[in-house]
Design a protein around this ligand. Structure first.
Ligand code: PEP
Ligand code: MG
Length: 364
């Protein structure tokens, strides 16, 4: 327990004196966020908003949104989700007491949210005033053979801007409220657009995100500041990072997807054959656990080298699983990342690894 006074706490304090990289956490519940803050997290580097939609009350409304056929129907359904989402974000800002909070907009394929039970399909049909057959037809139309390379990430924001607009309203309204309640804090929302592979996608989404956010801020007479950035998790984003940096306040490396797409290994199935790779001594490590510095790492370096000269204020972090692995943290330190973000219980390890990396770098 890194929060208790004592030797472990002292080591952590010592580590913090040496490290230059910040350590944030990946958290999407107030409990995780609080735990991570107790363990020394200096912000949220990744809030995956998708889990929030499964909460009671909102999943029905969200399913109505997915199975809507007009923009009007979709907006009506999303209006019901908005107060929940705003409450989610308020609790996260509260837990981090004014440290930056990066909120990643909805990422997974929509079909993950549709009902599978006959009873739920019936309920949805009734709520929508549609036939069960119609709902089933809509659900079938969402099926994809390669969902991880399909209709997800910023592609959802392009096809359903209403979702991103709702999330923007929730991010900004929550921040304004928490800022008002705690005038001593500087609530710092960072809106993160996932799965960008082309700057045109980011530009397209950013336009209505900024319009929505600015309208909210003006209506509240607030001076809240926010940022809009992107994940770098598709190789093409790293290869064209100069163009993307011109539109982004920050980059965050999503090395789970970046590893998947750079190797062409499915992140959900790789374990099945990777064992044979270790046996055959082709690989020593699982590239999803330890950052592949020769390939994925090269893309990260390229993204920074291309992005920083275009936007010197660009801040850069990592929020893939590698953010809590000591050797990967050391590599991130070498690349000059501003922060690593990892799961709450890995925060102390990351603090220590960041200090060791800083000391090793000084020596060399
Ligand atoms: C990633 O791809 O590395 C990432 C952090 O996002 P997710 O794991 O949610 O795809
Ligand atoms: Mg990802």
């Amino acid at each position: 327990d890194a929060t208790i006074a004592g030797e472990f706490g002292r080591i952590m304090d010592w580590a913090d004196k040496y490290r230059t990289m910040k350590v944030r956490t990946n958290a999407d519940t107030p409990e995780d966020a609080r735990k991570a803050a107790e363990l020394g997290a200096e912000g949220i580097g990744l809030c995956r908003t998708e889990h929030m939609f499964f909460g009671e009350g909102r999943i029905d409304a969200f399913r109505e949104m997915i199975c809507a056929e007009t923009e009007e129907e979709r907006e009506k359904a999303l209006e019901k989700v908005l107060p929940y989402q705003q409450g989610d974000f308020e609790k996260l800002y509260e837990a981090l007491e004014g440290h930056p909070v990066t909120i990643r907009f909805l990422d997974p394929p929509l079909h993950e949210f549709v009902p599978t039970e006959e009873e739920d399909i019936k309920k949805l049909a009734e709520a929508q005033g549609k036939s069960v057959e119609k709902i089933k037809e809509i659900i079938d139309s969402l099926h994809e053979f390669n969902p991880m390379m399909g209709h997800r990430g910023c592609r959802l924001a392009v096809t359903y801007p209403e979702i991103a607009k709702m999330q923007t309203k929730a991010v900004i309204r929550a921040a304004i409220n928490v800022q008002k309640a705690h005038p001593g804090w500087k609530v710092q929302p960072e809106i993160m657009i996932p799965l960008v592979g082309d700057v045109k996608e980011l530009k397209y989404v950013k336009k209505f995100v900024v319009e929505t956010a600015d309208a909210e801020i003006a209506a509240a007479g607030s001076d809240l500041e926010y940022e809009v950035g992107t994940m770098i998790e598709i190789p093409r984003a790293a290869l064209t990072a100069d163009e993307i940096a011109a539109e982004a306040d920050f980059f965050c490396f999503g090395t789970n997807d970046l590893t998947q797409m750079t190797y062409g290994f499915s992140r959900d199935d790789a374990g099945k054959f990777l064992d044979a790779y270790y046996d055959a001594k082709i690989f020593e490590n699982d590239p999803f656990a330890k950052l592949d510095q020769d390939g994925v790492g090269k893309l990260m370096k390229m993204a920074i080298d291309l992005g920083k000269p275009v936007n010197p204020k660009l801040h850069v972090g990592i929020c893939g699983e590698h953010g809590g692995d000591p050797s990967s943290v050391e590599f991130c330190n070498k690349l000059g990342l501003d922060y690593v973000s990892c799961s709450p219980f890995r925060v102390p390890i990351a603090r220590l690894a960041a200090a060791q990396a800083a000391i090793a770098q000084k020596k060399n």
